[in-house]
Design a protein around this ligand. Structure first.
Ligand SMILES: [Zn+2]
Ligand SMILES: [Zn+2]
Ligand SMILES: [Zn+2]
Length: 187
């Protein structure tokens, strides 16, 4: 054994060779390592097989975002029939590359049918009820009360917006929670 030549020492461990450094092409930082803001990203994949940091790609695709496509290949990340966003998957669980024509036409929640729709309708009704209360405040408060509550009235629009945002997030959270529970990590 004494004469067996030793493997050359390198500064790189086998793990590092197997997992090449991956840059998030949106923020240009190494995925998995703390960025300038102290947050480390996980690798997230889109059905076109492009990989990004999860924080960046989620923000990029956000419902209100002007970008609803892959930042690299520009493939649209919207389900054709229901118009909902195609969410990025954790690389470890992602089903791999799916061609555009092989993609399901509806998102998981819309494929889920009855129950999901009922809950979303209920959420929407609650949201509208909250909006009505806020808008009602503006109508009732005039004259003396109008002066007293001036600032309140000005903020009504903001609060309506806030209510909308909150319920939209709630609906979104509900759908992704459901996907997780079903063990479905797919497009
Ligand atoms: Zn990033
Ligand atoms: Zn792509
Ligand atoms: Zn949908």
């Amino acid at each position: 054994m004494r004469n067996v030549p030793k493997a050359p020492k390198t500064a790189v461990s086998p793990d590092q060779i197997l997992a090449p450094i991956q840059l998030c092409s949106i923020c240009n930082e190494i995925i998995g390592e703390p960025r300038a803001d102290g947050l480390a990203e996980n690798a997230s994949m889109l059905p076109c097989s492009h990989i990004f940091g999860d924080l960046c790609i989620s923000r990029w695709l956000e419902i209100d975002s002007v970008h609803q496509d892959c930042p690299v290949c520009r493939r649209t990340m919207i389900y054709r029939e229901c118009g909902h966003m195609i969410r990025p998957c954790d690389v470890a669980h992602a089903p791999g590359c799916v061609e555009e024509e092989d993609m399901p036409k509806k998102c998981f929640a819309c494929r889920g049918g009855g129950l999901v729709e009922e809950v979303l309708v209920l959420m929407n009704e609650k949201r509208m009820a909250e909006e009505m209360i806020l808008l009602g405040m503006r109508k009732c408060v005039s004259g003396f009360f109008g002066e007293v509550c001036g600032t309140t009235i000005e903020s009504v629009d903001e609060r309506v917006e806030e209510v909308r945002r909150r319920w939209k997030n709630a609906a979104h959270a509900f759908c992704s929670e459901l996907e997780k529970k079903e063990g479905r990590d797919q497009w």
